[in-house]
Ligand binder design. Structure first.
Ligand code: S3P
Length: 429
């Protein structure tokens, strides 16, 4: 499929974005191993989350659809999952692969995990190596570097571990494994990554203590189900926040967006660049803060983003490259090497496609440098089958003279089915 977009004048209107992807994955996984029924509201029906849903079903969990975006999970308790008769297919989802590797290491059965071509290239050693220290028996291609992975479930031992790189997926895998030990597992991270797993474990009455940078979880204690209300995904909202920041006279409101501080880096950075962003109706639901975001266009200036800023806006960095093409001065992003091991090499992808559109952008080993402002021209662009690259380029297309074609745009359904429709709503308001 191709997404074809033309230059837009401004964005106006009020919208909702679909439920948070990270929280949707976690509610399925934690609901499956809890005691009792969990109702999930505003679940994200995207391909990645549906991969997790099918994996949990294959592990013997009953998941019922109550409506388009609400589900009920019949929890099996910590020790109630069953061996899958099929290879667990995670599709394109790194979160599914890594979190399930942690969960399945502590079961009393055998599992095999596989996914698409992109997943088979993504680093798995970062999760397998610490899990092996806990006594997990996991194998993968090239000594556990790559999927497919096979796991012989075993009794795990608690341990203390400091993550070498901030990663919510690795942290969450270790917390899930920690539930299957007979003691206290202590995990530290160099910088705070998204903490949705910890927040959900807290309201499910896990024995978890958070004393940043340390998280301590006690194993062997059953989780109690609770209803989960999932906020809109700030990473999906980000495309419209960015577009309203760069299209003159724009003013939009995005309702009920998750504003967990481990995720709001995009808001902080855009405010620093000059965008007017207000948080309205701030409140906490299911232990996660949410708010309506009001965004207004304003002239932008350069910004510098370094390693400390990266975890809270990791998935939004390709979008920053686009915003930077409209900001006065030299924007520098560094300390973001992790972008090279996402669904595609996102540094290479965004630099090459933005160059085609006429941007002044330079690739660096751990980031990029953009000189702005520049005017962009429409081009035929590659998505690299990466949903975030495709949607970031869609934002660039709104600025560009002429027509922009984004190839293989069906990958957008990985995280945001209905993206184009929501965008058109704001353009035609
Ligand atoms: C995610 C964590 C991040 C992020 C990904 C979702 C999660 O990955 O990029 O889109 O749900 O835990 P890392 O843990 O690899 O940084």
């Amino acid at each position: 499929m191709e997404l074809v977009l033309e230059k837009a004048n401004k964005l106006k209107g009020n919208i909702f974005v679909p439920g948070d992807k990270s929280i949707s994955h976690r509610s399925l996984i934690l609901g499956s191993i809890a005691q009792g029924e969990m109702r999930i509201y505003n679940f994200l029906n995207s391909l990645d989350c549906l991969s997790t849903l099918e994996c949990m079903r294959a592990l013997g969990v009953e998941v019922k659809r109550d409506s388009n975006d609400s589900l009920t999970i019949k929890g099996k308790g910590l020790y109630g999952l069953q061996e899958s008769k099929v290879i667990l297919d995670v599709g394109n989802s790194g979160t599914t692969m890594r979190l399930l590797t942690g969960l399945l290491s502590g079961q009393n059965f055998y599992s095999v995990l596989n996914g698409d071509n992109s997943i088979k290239k993504r680093p798995m050693k970062r999760v397998i190596q610490p899990l092996r220290l806990m006594g997990a028996e996991i194998w993968g291609r090239e000594d556990g570097h790559f999927a497919p992975l096979s796991i012989k479930g075993s009794q795990l031992n608690p341990f203390q571990y400091t993550l070498p790189v901030a990663s919510a997926q690795v942290k969450s895998a270790l917390l899930l494994a920690g539930l299957y030990t007979n003691g206290e597992t202590v995990i530290s991270e160099p910088l705070s990554s998204r903490d949705h797993t910890e927040r959900m474990l807290e309201i499910m009455q896990a024995d978890i203590k958070i004393s940043s940078p340390e998280i301590t979880i006690k194993g062997g204690i059953e989780l109690k189900s609770t209803d989960i209300f999932i906020p809109g995904d700030i990473s999906s909202a980000a495309y419209f926040i960015a577009a309203a920041s760069i299209l003159k006279d724009s003013q939009i409101i995005i309702k009920q967006v998750g504003v967990n501080p481990t995720r709001t880096g995009i808001v902080e950075i855009l405010k620093k660049m000059g965008t007017k962003i207000d948080l309205l109706n701030y409140h906490i639901k299911s232990n996660e803060p949410q708010a309506d975001l009001k965004i207004e266009y304003s002239e932008l200036k350069r910004v510098e983003i370094n390693q400390e800023d990266v975890p809270s806006l990791i998935d939004e960095l390709p979008l920053i490259a686009i915003v930077a093409t409209q900001a006065q001065g030299k924007t520098v992003v560094s300390g973001a090497r992790e972008l090279r091991v996402k669904e595609t090499d996102r540094i290479k992808a965004i630099v090459s496609e933005l160059k085609k559109m006429g941007a002044d952008i330079e690739e660096k080993e751990d980031g990029f440098v953009v000189n702005g402002p520049t005017s962009l021209q429409g081009a035929v662009c590659e998505s690299y089958n990466d949903h975030r690259i495709a949607m970031s380029l869609a934002v660039a297309a709104l600025l560009a003279e002429g027509k922009t074609v984004i190839k293989n745009s069906e990958c957008i359904d990985i995280s945001f089915p209905g993206f184009e429709k929501t965008l058109q709503n704001l353009i035609n308001h």
